[in-house]
Design a protein around this ligand. Structure first.
Ligand code: SF4
Ligand code: SF4
Length: 461
């Protein structure tokens, strides 16, 4: 039986309740997801658990709860969107899908406030190419001064300054870490087996690389490392003119129309390079090195479900692969690099582990680096507290979750921390600085940077 949706509920959330296709009704209220939820384990409130939030969504859709009510607004807003509740759910509840639609409904019912405006700033900047360029350039100049690193360690952790402190820590953590390889013993040139005579770029095939927004603006060094590793393994990285922000930030915040606009721009851009699109002899794989973007693109057909672009979205989604998955699978030729005799702490991003189900590939890729020892922190599968601007909009809870992650990483005494999403790199880097304000903290890098460093050392200066 179809439940009539109240006028304030979004048509999409109402549709999610319809007939056999209902997603909300899949929840059998077993509670298996509760221990996996970082907000529930911290707050102990059922309404801050996945089960509780699904109950609130159903109440809104069935007209029993006003979407403007503090209960709906607060508990939807307090969710990290980490999707740790999905893989543990025996009923296969698609929580991430439902949350995005619930947030669209919550945003439509909410009166404008300073906090809601703040949450819209970053997505709005990333959606506009000129604003994105200006924001990124300003960020790179500011972080090069070293001031953000100082402020992240010295600003007060409470009151008005706590959000600024986290923002500065995040910016500081986005800085390329040119010195982390210098703590290693000097490599003997060509100490690996494949330095000379490796595959020619293009001999293995061609791939496209998603550039994204934050990744392109602040993590160009990760893109350079990705290209270097792909080319060293025989892949040509073809340019994709016109590509931009994937829209993940917009969708997570409930701005589904904004996310669709950005998705369509990327569908147009990638149509020129995907094989099979209008006879194009192009690429079969779109490699992504930002887990949040990869998870969003993998779900693109659902975002455009029922729209004329759905088939195109499905084709693009089917080509998306995280770079670690690509290299651990058929994308990697047997090309060992030089040893990296160091300990790396691997912390998997939620949108790689929970949303994309990629667990082993990063470890398999790292295991190919001679001499590298990989350790994992306690609670590795738990969110770092990043979740877009969560740490700034929820300083107390975000700080607790981020602090727990930083302490478990520091306890490992690793020389480097690796994770595979720009938001996680920034959040973890900021949390480490705030947890150890007077000391040195391990740099946070993308795992592909470790592989690139291994190749670089093999090839010699
Ligand atoms: S584990 Fe799944 S079915 Fe059980 S309460 Fe959580 S969401 Fe519902
Ligand atoms: S997405 Fe994360 S924070 Fe939100 S309900 Fe699921 S486990 Fe909890």
């Amino acid at each position: 039986m179809t439940n009539p949706a109240p006028p304030a509920a979004s048509p999409e959330l109402a549709r999610a309740m319809d007939g056999q296709a209902t997603r909300l009704a899949h929840c059998v209220h077993c509670g298996f997801c509760l221990p996996a939820c970082p907000t529930y384990t911290r707050l102990g409130d059922e309404a801050d658990s996945p089960r509780g939030r699904l109950h609130l969504m159903a109440a809104v859709v069935e007209g029993r709860l006003d979407p403007a009510s503090p209960a709906f607004q607060t508990h939807m807003d307090r969710c990290l969107g980490c999707r740790a509740c999905e893989p543990v759910c025996p009923s296969g509840v698609e929580y991430g899908y439902l949350l995005e639609r619930a947030r669209e409904t919550a945003a439509a019912a909410r009166p404008a406030s300073a906090a809601s405006r703040l949450q819209r700033v970053l997505p709005a900047v990333m959606a506009s190419a000129p604003l994105r360029l200006a924001f990124s350039a300003g960020g790179r100049v500011l972080r090069a001064t070293g001031v953000p690193d100082i402020l992240a360690r010295r600003l007060p952790s409470r009151g008005w300054a706590s959000g600024l402190r986290l923002a500065m820590g995040m910016l500081a953590a986005s800085r390329p870490e040119p010195h982390w390889g210098e703590q290693l013993p000097a490599a003997e040139p060509n100490s690996g087996q494949g330095g000379q005579g490796g595959p020619e770029p293009g001999s293995a095939g061609r791939v496209a690389l998603l550039e994204g927004c934050v990744q392109k603006g602040l993590f160009g060094h990760v893109h350079r490392a990705t290209r270097r590793v792909l080319e060293a393994n025989g892949w040509e990285v073809v340019p994709v003119p016109g590509q931009g922000c994937c829209g993940a930030l917009h969708a997570h915040g409930g701005d589904l129309e904004g996310a669709r606009t950005l998705a369509r721009a990327n569908l147009d851009a990638f149509a020129g390079v995907l094989s099979g699109e209008d006879g194009v002899d192009g690429v079969d794989h779109v490699v992504v090195n930002a887990a949040g973007c990869g998870a969003h693109l993998a779900d693109l057909a659902e975002l455009l479900e029922g729209f004329p672009d759905e088939a195109r979205a499905r084709r693009l989604a089917g080509r998306v692969m995280d770079v670690t998955e690509f290299l651990a699978g058929g994308g990697r030729r047997p090309r060992p690099g030089a040893p990296l005799p160091m300990v790396v702490a691997w912390d998997p991003p939620c949108h790689l582990l929970h949303a994309q189900g990629v667990a082993e590939a990063p470890l398999q890729m790292l295991a190919t680096i001679p001499g590298l020892r990989v350790v994992e922190p306690e609670g590795a599968s738990e969110c770092c507290g990043g979740a877009g601007t969560y740490g700034i909009t929820h300083p107390e809870l975000g700080g607790r979750i981020g602090g727990d992650k930083a302490r478990s990483l520091l306890a490992l005494d690793a020389q480097v921390v690796a994770t595979a999403n720009p938001g996680c790199q920034m959040q973890i880097g900021a949390s480490l600085r705030m947890e150890a304000p007077g000391g040195s903290v391990p740099p946070v890098v993308h795992p592909v940077e470790l592989l690139a460093e291994s190749y670089r050392r093999e090839e010699g200066p």
